[in-house]
Design a protein around this ligand. Structure first.
Ligand SMILES: Cc1ncc(COP(=O)(O)O)c(C=O)c1O
Length: 426
């Protein structure tokens, strides 16, 4: 890590813990906390700039626009892409809808889109709508019990009608990290059937990667992976909410239509109903962007780079390993863990014979914030064979004491009768 900083110093960089001193925060997979440098950057926009990127009539506004574009470059460097392939938008959800919408214009009845049952609803539903509207066929790769896509199962599902393969580089429930490069290679080597260039102008099967979870836990290299689309949200990368990125290979951007129309992206508008659009990336950024968010995202990328993605991943893996050891030692067969072998910072478990929601509520009263349910992956029960579970997601501001608190709180629950309902009646 740069600056001789250690992970024990990091927690103090998150103002959240000043107000929530004793809270153990295990919900970073939903949204990560923000370090002071990110909060300062957001404030800096409002205090010192507050101008619109669509106005370039005075020097301060030009400076704002320059910062906006320098953030685009920082994102490009971070994910290893070209600058003009990076598009800003409000969320991963928006990004996935945008991509599905524009690809939907080329999809025809009987074309196949391949997904997995571990995916977030923001990846599934835009394609479900296309399935309803265009009668495309949705297919699901068989994943292992801990969510992994294997080459064998991927090969099995591809057919001459496959047009898109879409999945998360790291899923948000089991924390499974898929080998994107290896899987994309299989997809790209697959020959599809097409009648003409107009039939499917994208040459091969397209690979869309939802990077919402992996962005802060593993290295992203869209060029090396040989994929077509990638998306992520700043708020899972220690950045602000309301700002996200989608990336597409430059040659595809020219084939895509924007989901949203408005200012800052059009060329000319004629009275006969015709209009022209600016080139990408502007074409896809209608309206006033979330400029404070951009300032914050830029600071977040700098922050993460200084710590180092590999250091983050290793630290989180160590915490998970420690948690697994403590679970075994103190809780034994009172709990079931669903993703023991996944080397990421997510631990998915259940207390046997107790509803996950009851445990989560009980732990909440013990000042432990974690998540119960299916985490917007509504088909997850197909993989782990239970409707609801508990997710601990580790981040850089967690430590072994946090794990010890979790174990102690679970033990207290067992000592309180084991139904984890006491807090409802107190
Ligand atoms: C894997 C995955 N995809 C997509 C999303 C949606 O991200 P957002 O809510 O920022 O649009 C999430 C958020 O939880 C996620 O974890």
């Amino acid at each position: 890590m740069n600056n001789n900083k250690t992970f024990s110093d990091i927690k103090s960089e998150f103002p959240f813990f000043k107000k929530n001193r004793n809270l153990v925060f295990f919900d970073s997979a939903a949204t990560s906390l923000k370090p002071k440098v990110v909060i300062d950057a957001v404030n800096k926009y409002y205090q010192n700039y507050s101008t619109n990127t669509h106005n370039l009539d005075f020097p301060l506004a030009i400076e704002t626009k320059d910062i906006y574009e320098s953030c685009r470059q920082d994102v490009a460097d971070f994910i290893h892409s070209q600058k003009n392939e990076v598009i800003f938008c409000p969320s991963t959800t928006f990004a996935l809808n945008q991509i599905a919408y524009s690809l939907g214009q080329y999809l025809k009845e009987g074309d196949e889109v391949v997904l997995t049952t571990c995916e977030h609803s923001s990846l599934l539903l835009p394609f479900y709508r296309l399935a309803q509207e265009k009668k495309i066929i949705l297919k699901f790769i068989d994943v292992s019990t801990d969510g992994l896509i294997t080459i064998t199962n991927l090969k099995k599902i591809l057919t001459k009608k496959t047009r898109i393969v879409a999945f998360a580089s790291m899923n948000n429930s089991l924390g499974t990290i898929n080998n994107v490069r290896e899987l994309a290679k299989i997809v790209k080597n697959f020959k599809i059937e097409k009648k003409s260039q107009a039939d499917w102008p994208f040459e091969k099967v397209l690979v869309l990667i939802d990077g919402a979870q992996s962005i802060s836990h593993s290295m992203t290299n869209v060029s090396q992976w040989d994929i077509d689309f990638f998306t992520f949200s700043a708020h899972k990368l220690f950045g602000p909410t309301g700002i996200a990125v989608w990336w597409a290979k430059a040659k595809w951007l020219d084939l895509m239509q924007p989901l949203i129309l408005g200012g800052g992206m059009n060329g000319r508008i004629y009275k006969d109903g015709k209009f022209t659009l600016l080139d990408p990336p502007d074409r896809f950024e209608a309206g006033t962007p979330n400029l404070a968010g951009i300032f914050g995202l830029q600071a977040a990328i700098k922050y993460v780079r200084e710590i180092g993605i590999e250091n983050i991943a290793q630290y989180e893996r160590e915490l998970k390993k420690y948690a697994l050891e403590q679970f075994k030692k103190h809780l034994g067969d009172k709990v079931v863990v669903y993703n023991e072998n996944q080397e990421s910072g997510i631990l998915l478990f259940n207390v046997l014979n107790v509803a996950a929601e009851d445990v989560a509520n009980y732990l909440g009263h013990q000042k432990i914030a974690l998540r119960s349910g299916n985490f917007c992956a509504k088909l997850l029960s197909e993989v782990i064979n239970c409707a609801s579970s508990l997710r601990v997601s580790f981040s850089i501001y967690n430590n072994k004491q946090d794990v010890d608190h979790l174990i102690a709180a679970l033990q207290k629950g067992f000592n309180d009768g084991g139904d984890f309902l006491n807090e409802f009646f107190n």
